[in-house]
Design a protein around this ligand. Structure first.
Ligand code: NAD
Length: 491
């Protein structure tokens, strides 16, 4: 086992070279075979059985160690995110590093109290008793993460799982190789590998991990792969947290303040070069303000990223070539009304606006997940509702309007993961709000206390008193029990 663990630590060496101004990572990792992966799982299983993670001081100390490792590695983290996604440091701080440090702070502060038995009201039927929910970890967790926020989306769930007393094997995305290998290095510094470890790799390694039996699986990624994960989990009846994607609509009605609306849409859409799972995927604008809004969007893009976003230090890049080519294909048949410029050499793809007549356009066939914003218009609320209803339940839902009745009407009709009125994406920033999807955009949620809950089984437990033993439930049963009916019906 020790040889294997040594290999796991050694495999994190990377060899990066500059090519056409993109930092390419040759990803010099040792490929783990199915047997080695199985060995990692067994080690974590045996470790979990030692009951060490049930001790809240152990969890807290592990997370504190991780906190100090992350504080020391702040600049390395920004560098990895810059190399993988061209992520500006400011964006990396706000949307990745800061999110994780505050999750860590919250867990370290609260995990002891959240782990205590929770007393619940007893039932008169069980009198005398004291009733509890006993928080217990699921056990051995597998977590598979995506490349778009590769630091934050790998660690937010991992921290929740560790705080709740689980072991974790994390498989980060191969499309953010610098962050993947940095995560492997930082996690190896902070945790015993039997407690938390990283298996780097592609779908192949993910499949090998999925062939093992886990107590919980977390997957953040596409709906398509989410279905593969759910099938693999079903084999062992393993509970899952599935954080998926979808087409998140952004509705703008005739009452919304145009300049502010445009500014907030541009920020949410082009953050991380549009590669945000909760970014507005498409706009549906009331026809009476469409032209004005389009002009305002163009202006706000220029305000944010300058006349030439390719030169902007605030604008990222597409993560990898296949994804870049997918963006190109989406606009192939159309002349954008803004942007549409790209450079395959450095995976630059400019902020792009498309004006569409109908939802038959290729960009409306799947989640865009990039810096292309299709704009549709509606005349009547019925027409608007019909458009949104053509798609699966989305992860995000945005409506810009001054009419509370209209906002309420849409909220009553549509189901979605999380929504905002008069802004976009910011639902993510409040860790009192659970983050997750519904239907094809996922199941389960996390963030803040919800992360602790997501990785905890609340074991119901009744402690019966022995000082008295009411006869009512025991056989032989009485012929008439109207008195009992009348008492119990009043409870
Ligand atoms: P993806 O589904 O292609 O990959 C995610 C992870 O799954 C990666 O680690 C990858 O190696 C692994 N994987 C890929 N194919 C697999 C297979 N056949 N079997 C097992 N594992 C496999 O997703 P992505 O391209 O990394 O991310 C984009 C998608 O993720 C978008 O749809 C986006 O909306 C969604 N997303 C959702 C959230 C959320 O919080 N709900 C966050 C980020 C991204």
């Amino acid at each position: 086992m020790s040889i294997l663990l040594f290999q796991c630590k050694e495999k994190n060496k990377t060899n990066s070279i500059w090519l056409n101004s993109i930092k390419v990572n040759t990803f010099n990792r040792i490929q783990l075979n199915a047997m080695q992966i199985s060995e990692i799982r067994k080690n974590q299983l045996n470790f979990y059985k030692t009951q060490k993670t049930k001790n809240t001081a152990y969890r807290k100390n592990s997370l504190k160690r991780f906190q100090s490792v992350l504080i020391d590695a702040e600049n390395e983290i920004y560098m990895a995110l810059q190399n993988d996604l061209g992520k500006p440091e400011y964006e990396a701080f706000l949307t990745e590093y800061f999110v994780i440090l505050s999750e860590l702070h919250l867990m370290i502060k609260n995990l002891t109290s959240w782990s205590k038995p929770i007393r619940v009201k007893s039932s008169l039927v069980n009198f005398p008793s004291t009733d509890y929910l006993l928080p217990e970890p699921f056990g051995n967790c597998l977590q598979i993460s995506p490349w778009n926020y590769p630091f934050q989306l790998s660690l937010a769930t991992l921290i929740g799982a560790v705080a709740a007393g689980n072991t974790v094997v994390l498989k980060p995305s191969e499309h953010a190789p610098n962050t993947s290998s940095l995560l492997a290095k930082l996690i190896a510094k902070a945790f015993d590998p039997e407690h938390v470890t990283v298996v780097e790799g592609t779908a192949k390694e993910a499949q090998e991990l999925l062939a093992e039996r886990w107590d919980h699986i977390t997957f953040t990624g596409s709906t398509k792969v989410g279905k593969i994960i759910a099938k693999a989990a079903a084999e062992h009846l393993t509970p899952t947290l599935l954080e998926l994607g979808g087409k998140s609509p952004c509705i703008v009605d005739q009452t919304s303040p145009i300049k502010l609306t445009a500014k907030r849409i541009v920020w949410g859409k082009f953050l991380n070069c549009g590669q945000t799972c909760i970014a507005p995927d498409y706009l549906v604008v009331h026809h009476s303000i469409k032209n004005k809004l389009i002009e305002a969007l163009k202006k706000e893009i220029t305000n944010a990223y300058g006349e030439n976003p390719a030169e902007s230090e605030s604008y990222g890049k597409i993560a990898y070539r296949t994804h870049f080519l997918r963006m190109q294909n989406l606009i192939d048949s159309t002349t954008p009304i803004f942007g549409g410029d790209f450079n395959e050499n450095n995976l630059y793809f400019g902020p792009t606006l498309l004006e569409l007549e109908s939802i038959d356009h290729p960009s409306m066939k799947e989640e865009i997940f990039g810096p292309i914003l299709p704009i549709l218009s509606y005349n009547s609320e019925d027409e608007l509702i019909q458009i949104i209803n053509k798609f699966e339940k989305p992860l995000g839902f945005y409506v810009f309007s001054k009419r509370n009745k209209f906002i309420k009407k849409l909220n009553d009709i549509f189901s979605y993961g999380g929504g905002v009125a008069n802004d976009s994406v910011i639902q993510f920033a409040n860790n009192n709000l659970p983050f997750g999807g519904i239907g094809h955009s996922g199941m389960g949620s996390y963030h803040g206390k919800n992360s602790f809950r997501a990785y905890t089984h609340y074991k119901p437990f009744v402690k019966r008193g022995t000082w008295i033993d009411p006869f009512i439930r025991y056989a032989p049963y009485p012929k008439s029990f109207n008195w009992l009916k009348s008492v119990l019906k009043k409870i």
